[in-house]
Design a protein around this ligand. Structure first.
Ligand SMILES: [Zn+2]
Length: 91
């Protein structure tokens, strides 16, 4: 039980850093959404079925499970089988 105190102290320090990381995260999300809006306004753009960001269709890979994957999600998922709840229309 004595180990609880140092843990609490560490936790307080961590939340301070967490605040900083949170602001950075918001900042990068802003840039991400800004970029996403630009891509979405292009006529050949569609969403990745995993992260829901827009990409030109040419950059997406249509999986046999019935959804588009962006290069990043494809790399993350690899050959993992997906359970698709809402299939995407293949363009
Ligand atoms: Zn994605």
């Amino acid at each position: 039980m004595t180990g609880a105190l140092p843990l609490l102290g560490g936790g307080a320090e961590k939340s301070h850093n967490g605040q900083f990381e949170f602001e950075q995260m918001i900042e990068s999300l802003h840039e991400l959404f800004e970029h996403d809006r630009q891509v979405a306004s292009q006529s050949d753009a569609t969403r990745c079925g995993i992260c829901y960001l827009h990409f030109p269709v040419a950059e997406l890979h249509y999986r046999e499970e019935g959804l588009y994957l962006c290069p990043q999600c494809e790399r993350t998922l690899g050959n993992q089988k997906l359970t698709v709840v809402r299939k995407q229309q293949k363009l």
